[in-house]
Design a binder for this molecule. Sequence first.
Ligand SMILES: [Ca+2]
Ligand SMILES: [Ca+2]
Length: 250
Amino acid sequence: MKKILSVTLSLITFSCCFLVGNHVQRNSEVFAEDKSVYDEYIPTQTVSEKLISMKDEYPEGMKWTNENVYAWNGGIYSRGGGCVSFAFILSDSIFGDLPASKHTDFSQIKVGDIVRLYNDSHSVVVLKKQDNILTVAEGNYNSSVHWGREIDISDSKTGLTYVMTRYPKCGDINGNNDINAEDASLVLAEYSALSTSSLSTFDDVQKWKADIDGNGKTDSNDASAILAFYAYLSTNNGTSNIDIREWINK
Ligand SMILES: [Ca+2]
Ligand SMILES: [Ca+2]
């Protein structure tokens, strides 16, 4: 089976997919309405269903090459062609204007994330993840759209390069994928602004990310929780798969 897979891969051309940087980020109001604080900001189930429904518009075998170029709302890169443009279109359809963050913690890959493969030469969108197996959607796969290929990310041939996700991370106020003292400072600055002028400096996503204790307000308790979590992460060599809200409720 492995042999067949590697032969198949060698016949497929997707090495010209291209990315262009940089991009000015915009704030999102797409998912802002009536969020219960302990809900996921965007439920993965919703993302999964939306992605599958896009098969109607972009059916299996539809021609897709580097001539398909698209400007992305996620930031990091301003536009891309081929596999990249297809991934960006799916990503924007799901996540609207939410900013993306880039990371290499492959255990954290989620449905709807864009994964860059084969040593930075191909991009795919994750439809499903089960242990080490990703089921993906991709463009410029033999010059066309392809749905449902399975990729084993434990296989070094996969050449995992990075992940771009647009799920907001609770506690990561500045969206750099780390939760640390900088985020706590931003929460304190917001609390101070609210106390003195009642004018918020946060957008809706930041308000959601800052309300760690889920009481509907941004205040010094949230900043303290971020600092405590940062201390916890530091003593665990900076790695933890736990969500900050789950952690404070333990
Ligand atoms: Ca941060
Ligand atoms: Ca709070």
